[in-house]
Design a protein around this ligand. Structure first.
Ligand SMILES: Cc1ncc(COP(=O)(O)O)c(C=O)c1O
Length: 391
């Protein structure tokens, strides 16, 4: 059998290895070192933000962002129901409550109208998530935030380099956070970054990241902080990856275009849609199949697996998870059942994309043949019954 094609795989080039070796040889292997500063400065500049602060992962970047804005117990924060669980969990870490709202079916991003519908006086912030590489409608969200006096935190964990009306994400709100987990557009193994244009937020997050140690008095801690730092070795990997970010995004777009050319026109199939305001980075390729239920989706994924192709389902609506309370988000609930994530990593070859596309078509065609066969059987039985009754 063909080796399994993974759904994602980081690609580590010679520059990354050179920088990591350099970091190790320099002995600056912990959370102080020149690669950290270089990575922060370069990535912040790329996104158009003034300050960048690396963190141990994207979840801790979210936690720091919320803490730096003063979000605390009694507060509520708007979160889309369709996102990775970390977005909501980070709100919980502060003692505040996430309020789940519905998504827009075409972009899968938070629906601004749903935000307005859930508005109340306890809400202090909105976390739009640029999901699967597609930016949210930030003008609409910022307008709502302005009207109700709320903070906006972009969760850009999945959307490095994506653009909203010509501006890169990460510079469209009060604070933005990124993840550099191994399956992200660029990786540091584990890692994250917080971006902001506000020096007060930056300084606060920086202090909290390092056990809230006083800047002027060593080992004097002004409150309970955290160790959310990244290492110089991870940042060296990040800098090497960052220097190839445009190349990686270009490849992601090519992979998506190839899937699109192969699958466009196949009845009942939809791939990622992109709003006219957006430049998608296609962090992942999203396939939605009409009429799919959770059961038939899981069966479809097993069929792919049997052909050596790994895939992932969409996220469950977070409000369905046992530690959260159910809410009425019909679009998130409709969409998640029929969504499958296909392989789309940088080193995936064109012939792999063709093989995956052909496999999808062939699985769906055999399902259709089965359906027609069942239907014919049913019709035949009905006719036979009618003959028996007539006799
Ligand atoms: C939307 C979203 N937010 C936050 C995170 C958390 O990032 P990390 O896994 O680096 O903690 C992720 C990561 O997978 C994510 O997809």
């Amino acid at each position: 059998m063909k080796m399994t094609i993974p759904v994602s795989q980081p690609s580590i080039g010679p520059k990354e290895i050179e920088y990591m070796n350099d970091a190790i040889k320099s002995t600056w292997v912990s959370s102080i070192g020149p690669y950290i500063t270089k990575f922060e400065e370069n990535f912040a500049r790329y996104c158009g933000a003034k300050y960048g602060l690396t963190t141990s992962n994207g979840t801790t970047a979210l936690h720091l962002a919320l803490m730096s804005l003063g979000i605390t117990r009694g507060d509520e924060v708007i979160v889309p129901d369709l996102t990775f669980v970390a977005t909501a969990n980070a709100v919980k870490y502060t003692g505040a409550e996430p309020i789940f709202v519905d998504i827009d079916e075409s972009t899968l991003c938070i629906d601004p109208f749903s935000i307005i519908r859930r508005m109340n006086k306890n809400i202090k912030a909105i976390i739009p998530v640029h999901i699967y590489g597609h930016p949210c409608d930030m003008d609409a969200i910022n307008e709502i935030a302005k009207e109700y006096g709320l903070f906006v935190i972009e969760d850009a964990a999945e959307a490095h380099g994506a653009e909203y009306k010509g501006k890169r994400v990460g510079n469209l709100s009060d604070v933005a956070v990124f993840s550099f987990y191994g399956n992200k557009i660029i990786t540091t193994g584990e890692g994250g970054m917080l971006l902001t244009n506000n020096i007060v937020i930056y300084e606060k997050a920086k202090q909290l990241r390092d056990h809230a140690m006083s800047k002027s008095k060593r080992y004097w801690h002004t409150e309970i902080g955290f160790n959310y730092r990244i290492t110089n070795i991870q940042a060296a990997l990040g800098l090497g990856q960052f220097e190839r970010i445009d190349e990686i995004i270009k490849k992601k777009r090519e992979i998506f275009s190839r899937y699109k050319a192969n699958l466009e026109g196949t009845a009942g199939l939809k791939l990622n849609r992109t709003a006219s305001y957006a430049k998608n980075v296609y962090w992942v390729v999203c396939l939605e199949i009409d009429g799919m239920t959770m059961e038939s989706r899981d069966k479809f994924m097993i069929d792919l697996k049997n052909r050596g192709i790994d895939s992932r389902p969409y996220f469950y609506p977070i409000s369905d998870l046992p530690m959260y309370s159910k809410v009425n988000t019909p679009i998130a609930h409709k969409v998640f059942q029929k969504g499958v994530i296909l392989p789309s990593y940088e080193s995936l070859s064109g012939s792999d994309v063709d093989y995956i596309s052909e496999s999808i078509k062939s699985i769906l065609a055999s399902k259709l043949r089965l359906k027609i066969h069942d239907l014919k059987l049913k019709t035949k039985k009905t006719k036979q019954n009618a003959i028996i009754i007539e006799k």
